[in-house]
Write a protein that binds this ligand. Sequence first.
Ligand SMILES: [Zn+2]
Length: 861
Amino acid sequence: MGYRHLMMAAVVAMMLASGAVPPEPGIADSLARERAAAIRDLRYELELQLPASRGAAISGRVIARFSLAALGRVVFDFSRPQDAVRGVRLDGRDVAYELINGHLVIASASAGSHYVAIDFVAGDEALNRSEEFLYTLFVPARARLTFPCFDQPDLKARYSLTLTVPAGWQAVSNGAAIRTADAARGPASTTLVFAETQPLPTYLFAFAAGRFSVETAERGGRQFRLFHRETDQAKVARNRDAIFDLHASALAWLEEYTGIPYAFGKFDIVAIPAFTFSGMEHAGAIFYNASSLLLDESATQNQVLDRANVIAHETSHMWFGDLVTMRWFNDVWMKEVFANFMADKIVNPSFPTVNHELRFLLAHYPSAYSVDRTDGTNAIRQVLGNLDEAGQMYGPIIYDKAPVVMRQLEMIMGAGPFRDGLREYLKTYQFGNATWLDLVRTLDAKTPRDLAAWSRAWVEERGRPAITTRVRMAGDRVASITLASRDPMGRGLVWPQQLAVTVGYDAGSSVAASAKVDVKTVPVDLRTATASLPGVKGRERPRFVLPNGGGLGYGLFVLDDVSRAYLVDHVEQLPDPLTRGSAWVTLWDNLLEGAVAPPALFDTALRALPFETDEQNVQRMLGYAARIYWRFLPAAQRQARAARLESVLRDGLARAATQSQKSAWFNAYRDTVMSPEGLAWLERVWRRQEPVPGLTLAEPDEITLAMELAVREVPRWKEILDAQLARTQNPDRRDRLAFVMPALSADPAERERSFERFTLLENRRREVWVQDSLQYLNHPLRAAQGARFVQPALGMLREIQRTGDIFFPTRWMERTLWGYRSAEVADTVRAFLARQKDYPERLRWTILSTADELFRAARVP
Ligand SMILES: [Zn+2]
């Protein structure tokens, strides 16, 4: 501590002596503004030597060409030790430089054009190196771990990349490979020169290299390539056309909607095993998690839709994010919201049998609420002082709340003016950067509403309204039904919004209608804190009022006692799938508020499941049932309901008409089964002694099955895991299983050791593997021992944030806490937070939001 302090003091003294304040660690907003004002016409020529061995160092050279607006210092970002810099030349001459706080600083350069050449050794942190391949993932500001650059989104540059790779490797980057140069390392290697790119921010610059197979196709006169490492040829054959078709139709749709042609030339798709995101929108070379593109035969309808959605999402980014980029990562939500918003518009027409209103509701609302109902929630638009904290910008608030908000904005403006505003925005800022305020200004000109005022509650502040209903009677007739919105955080905020309120009455006496209830959905414009429902005065008292029955409104909808009781007893009788889905989302919220007893809602789910006709609702209800089962039922109550749950799930599996539906039921069964007979059946399925009629299990399904059997400690659990490892064909999946296996052991000491591995960064590099391990270490069936991992996992969170990818802190905490419901574990989390006085605020939010369900479950007697 003291030593570091002295070092810092010495460095500061030296910098002060030279007349400049040293740039702070990370990338501060102030540094970014200084550089954006000074640097023009930026180009990088980057050469890297990629060795065959994962352990060997990667050497490189970058030449940065730019012009300076005025005399001043030049601050590169390069988070590497001193000896990683081999030489720095300014305009062809050696120049003095300083490496400080992750920056390479040249004290002074004159106004005008310059080029800086730097020889360096790249760091591995952002290169995801495996034995046979590697790939970059530079978002949000990790390019500086690999090469010296200006690692901020508003210094867009043209990149010319040259890669020398081992012979037999493929390589892909943003630009097309234009030629093969003479191999720099002789016949054992190949040197590939890539075309100069359009202007891109560092976070969108990317390459991947290694042993990949390449599929090619032409669609609408455009060439597409798919890079992948899948060994199952039938799987590739089954998926390839769909992958190309989905990209081609998304591109065509976006060109039409935006009125701007695709701007980045060629189009490549890279499917990466265990990629940490579902996709990353590198211009001209989108990276995906292989498993979200290459689906198994057992894929559910949701997985098929999710694939279409992620493809449309990443393709939308070619305009929203890549063509026009946020100035700073506090507006990263803008590119995400438009990608999601466009994805929904693009995907819907291709799935005419899917209820898309319901899909929008189920895809976005529960996830947005999972954060927005908690004390750890954040505003859509946040303050961000340093890109070191940019990872904390991401999460359900920008991915799921923002699309809800944007749909409200489109409703306020009208679809036509909204699109015209977006076209103007894209055209004005193309190949450049813009902020949310720039967009609001553009849109505001196209509507009479005051968008700046509207934006405040929805975009600039955190949380959601609590909306209550009140039914006033005059005798046996309704006098009024009013909705009242209040701010649970006590700021007095009002969230102006359009609602579609559903009111239910007894159906008439006709026999056919007797099972159903008569429902009416009416629009209500909740511009201020209260509004009343039109058309209800003088009618009989409704059976229920569901303020979000039409799936539009956003908030905590606190049901009145009559409505709540009715929906718990009759939800399956609502005639419309969207209203049923909305009722489920609302009932879940009411359960978390303590207004519905968990066993009651569990029983409702089991009663209603056989009647549910929409697969999306079935999946949601199965999900809620499983969460109540593991999280909200004490072990004795769980035991008492296990047999009934298993029988409902087996019946559902038998009844399901499609492979997709069967998968949903089978997975729910696999994840909850406890009875010896049920486990024996699963084991026979895993041993391929008994098929599941109508359902084909692929290798990943069998791996999960083996893991679920092991965590239940079936008698031959060890043999099952070993056999699964031996019969796993795909090398990437085999490595992953081998890594996770110790976390599944019945031996607590081995599980302890498996957790202790994570103290070493080297053992955390494959984050998906770590998440799988945590999932089982903290499984509810292992809660008695697992609870001891909670404290150290909390203690490591800062380190996890510092060294991991952007979603890792949240996932680390989710997988750590998911299996617990006890007051003791809740207290462990609270005590940890109470002890940490100077804990980073956003990381505190991460803990509060991921612990929220635990806190609520711990309050259930
Ligand atoms: Zn995105």
